[in-house]
Design a binder for this molecule. Structure first.
Ligand code: BG6
Length: 478
């Protein structure tokens, strides 16, 4: 047992290209799905507007007169040195970030990659290394070249496997000396909450949406395993990860009905990591597909690739937990109830640090492969005071308790090698495309319309997090 994180445990942050970079049309970049997500003023913060996409909404988003926050984001593309410098001042040891597919292949199916895009990430990773920050790279984080939706129908199309593998090979080839840890696809299991962002499928254009989603996921499985194979053959020191958004639920009551439904729901969440870590489709999932008339096109050769190229580590994002009630909920992961025992933020995200300890321990017990926390953080509409301070004691409290939960899981035997806070500086929200949902230890002075000075201001949590990093968590017990 230790009060401190082990030596070598990495503490830092995580961001995604589409939520930070901006410069959506610079240096040849193509339009991505993220670039057509509008800011909707007066948005119901608890609703997901960019999830199940129908063709009318899609057309409206493409052609409408909206402000699109991710097109400018927080100008990380042009200002990355300032951001990295600030992270380095915080002694940040690791930054998980993603490559925008559209900077490398603007349409997704171009013949040749764009050198400007490749050069940008090369410079960025080199600069991070110079500043002592280890890059962990997500190959695909919720942004598909738009043409892959309009021309191919997103991941529902088998062709996406080859296109994604081609793009992945280019970037792994180019950066494998700089980047050791790779996460192939962001939150591969979240297809019922982030369906459009993950898969690029428009639901009224397909016959059986549920089936098509699982078919699209199968394509992502094959793509992940193929990329993993390539990476390992290129450089045996590379570590390839699968990423899960933890979506563990608890039963509303101890009734056998609530308990059974909860168990089956949670097992269908493990399905995604079971395939990519254990290397095969589990029987419970095959039974679920049969019972729900989900017939997938799967080639034997694809099952072989999946079986022979499993992930080296598991990346977990964790924000909240929910409960399910068998009288109201069913197997659809999107149907959940708030947990009456915990408080939630404005967006309805229930704060439960113990849930992080539980889920990490369960993943470890199930898979026994190294784990990293790829995202965890507290979104809040911070107030900038007249004297330019942000007193975010709520964020310190959230982070402290969640880090203590990680330490507890480590002390109980889990091999956890990194914690990346989402997001170390304020960026655009993925769910609601607001700037007001701020996660950072560093305040970024832009508003929901991209207006503002852009100044980077240390919040109270900045020095607290720096101390946590420097002391390997000695201040978690204060
Ligand atoms: C995760 C995503 O699901 O949640 C991130 O991987 C996202 O991209 C994060 O930003 C927090 O969600 P939101 O909607 O608060 O930005």
């Amino acid at each position: 047992m230790s009060d401190l994180f082990p030596k070598g445990f990495l503490i830092g942050g995580a961001i995604a290209a589409n939520q930070a970079e901006g410069a959506f049309d610079k240096d040849g970049k193509g339009l991505s799905t993220a670039d057509i997500q509008p800011y909707l003023p007066g948005v119901d913060k608890k609703k997901l507007y960019f999830n199940n996409m129908d063709s009318n909404t899609f057309d409206e988003y493409i052609n409408g007169d909206f402000y699109y926050p991710k097109r400018n984001a927080v100008h990380f593309y042009d200002r990355y040195k300032e951001y990295i410098d600030k992270l380095s001042e915080m002694d940040c040891q690791v930054l998980r970030l993603s490559v925008a597919w559209t900077r490398i292949f603007p349409n997704g199916d171009d013949d040749e990659p764009l050198e400007d895009g490749l050069k940008f990430y090369q410079d960025l990773f080199e600069y991070m290394k110079k500043k002592g920050i280890e890059p962990i790279v997500t190959i695909n984080h919720y942004e598909l070249p738009l043409k892959l939706v309009t021309k191919y129908g997103g991941w529902a199309n088998h062709k996406l496997i080859d296109l994604f593998v081609k793009y992945s090979k280019v970037i792994i080839n180019r950066y494998h000396d700089l980047v050791k840890y790779w996460i192939v696809i962001n939150q591969i299991n979240l297809v019922h909450l982030e369906a459009f962002a993950s898969l690029g499928v428009i639901y009224d254009k397909v016959d059986n949406y549920e089936k098509v989603k699982y078919q699209a996921i199968h394509h992502q499985f094959v793509a992940s395993a193929t990329v993993t194979k390539f990476a390992h053959e290129l450089d045996s020191t590379l570590k390839m990860g699968v990423m899960m958004a933890d979506y563990t639920t608890y039963p509303m009551t101890p009734s056998p009905e609530d308990t059974e439904l909860n168990f089956e729901r949670n097992r269908m969440q493990y399905f995604f990591s079971d395939v990519l870590i254990r290397g095969k489709y589990p029987q419970y999932a095959l039974n679920y597909f049969k019972a729900n008339d989900i017939k997938l096109d799967i080639l034997d050769s694809e099952l072989t690739v999946i079986n022979e190229n499993t992930a080296d580590f598991l990346c977990v994002s964790y924000y909240y937990s929910n409960v399910i009630d068998s009288k109201k909920d069913n197997m659809n992961p999107a149907s959940v109830e708030p947990n009456p025992y915990i408080n939630a933020n404005e967006w309805g995200w229930g704060i439960n640090p113990k849930g992080l300890y539980i889920c990490l321990s369960q993943y470890w017990d199930r898979y026994q492969i190294p784990i990293m926390i790829g995202e965890n953080g507290f979104g809040f509409n911070d107030v900038l005071t007249k004297d330019n301070k942000i007193h975010d004691e709520y964020r310190i409290d959230y982070t402290k308790k969640h880090l203590a939960a990680v330490l507890k899981a480590i002390n109980n035997g889990a091999n956890i090698f990194a914690y990346c806070s989402w997001a170390p500086f304020d960026i655009i929200s993925a769910g609601t495309a607001e700037m007001d949902k701020r996660y950072g230890f560093i305040y970024v002075d832009y508003d929901n319309y991209g207006k503002g000075s852009g100044r980077l201001i240390e919040k109270d949590s900045f020095n607290w997090y720096k101390k946590t990093i420097d002391s390997r968590g000695s201040n978690l017990h204060e």
